[in-house]
Design a protein around this ligand. Structure first.
Ligand code: DAT
Ligand code: MG
Length: 161
């Protein structure tokens, strides 16, 4: 199910102007869902004043992950990453607002939760669990171009072109 939140979107003015607002693809990864942190993670996005265009609990398939993580599929950690990302449901979210990509990256914190600053999602809720795997609670697109590419993978109906 895709949930459109009209009141939030109204902040961005007309439909014509909204079409140019930056979007980013956020995932609450399986550890975030399993640990009951969906609400607190979404709250941090809402507190910064960003709007949700779509929000859905779903299982990540291998095909979606291969497309989403195209830059990583040949890396040694990729099999472990797929195991992690398919270990339970994820929440896929399209977040909208000026500079949404870099704003969410700073809220998420560094990739490795051990290095992530306190105050960030990964720095506050993540740790090394002692099994050699990185479980870092959230994904956020790393550029506006990748955001649009990822949104087209997770929400084909919301692709811009
Ligand atoms: P980010 O999620 O901060 O954009 P990334 O794109 O470099 O980081 O990597 C994607 C995910 O892959 C990351 O969230 C966790 C996993 N990952 C990255 N580097 C890893 C490593 N060296 N060992 C294990 N998992 C890794
Ligand atoms: Mg990345």
């Amino acid at each position: 199910m895709t949930l459109s939140l009209a009141p939030g979107l109204r902040r961005y003015g007309t439909v014509g102007r909204m079409a140019n607002v930056e979007r980013t693809l956020v995932l609450v990864k399986p550890d975030g869902v399993e640990r009951g942190l969906i609400g607190r993670i979404l709250t941090r996005i809402e507190e910064r004043g960003f709007a949700f265009q779509a929000l859905e609990l779903r299982e990540a398939t291998r095909d979606v992950l291969d497309a989403h993580y195209a830059e990583h599929t040949a890396k040694p950690f990729y099999p472990g990453l797929v195991e992690y990302m398919t270990s339970g449901p994820v929440v896929a979210i399209v977040v909208m607002g000026a500079q949404a990509v870099s704003s969410f990256r700073s809220v998420a914190g560094a990739t490795d939760p051990v290095k992530a600053a306190p105050g960030t999602i990964r720095g506050d809720f993540g740790r090394d669990w002692g099994d050699g795997e990185i479980r870092n609670l959230v994904h956020g697109s790393d550029s506006p171009e990748n955001a649009e590419r990822e949104i087209a993978i997770w929400f084909p109906g919301l692709a811009r072109h």
